[in-house]
Design a protein. Sequence first.
Length: 187
Amino acid sequence: MSVRPTRREVDEAVLDLTAGLIARHGPEATSAQRVADAAGMSKASVFSRFGSMANLRQEAVRQCIEAGRAASLAVAGLPAGADREEAAIVALLDAGLRRPGFLALSIASMTVRDPGELRDLAGLGDILLRMFDLEVPAGRNDPGRLLNAIGAVGVVAVLGLAHGEYTDAATARPVIVAAALGALRAG
């Protein structure tokens, strides 16, 4: 017997799908129809649940920022160094394996130069920088160290999103962690 997901679980899944669509297509091209198609529901259901596209976009970003805050708790109190860096990578990957849209917006938060409507993502980018014991704003950091951290987040995001085409999460997880640590420690 299957258990139907709760309304909250469905809403969280739709928000995560929306986050991934925003990262891929941009906020303006992320329409109610595009979200409805991805979620397997009607456009009317999307509006019934979230009221408007502006609210849906805002809630999708908010959910990702909250996921980032939750992941950052894994490194809270850890001193700077290799243990903190590995804990940050593992926390980001674990959050992203649960919510792929979080991974997509995570990398967008660190790479979008002119955020426009994605300006709220700066909060997520700040959380990610601090997880790697980097300063905010990003320009205050050693460029090499900053780029290595962005590279590690990129590795987690790309491999975390792509692994499902090739293998299961349990097999991919140690490979992704090792690749992200390699990016973090390169150069």
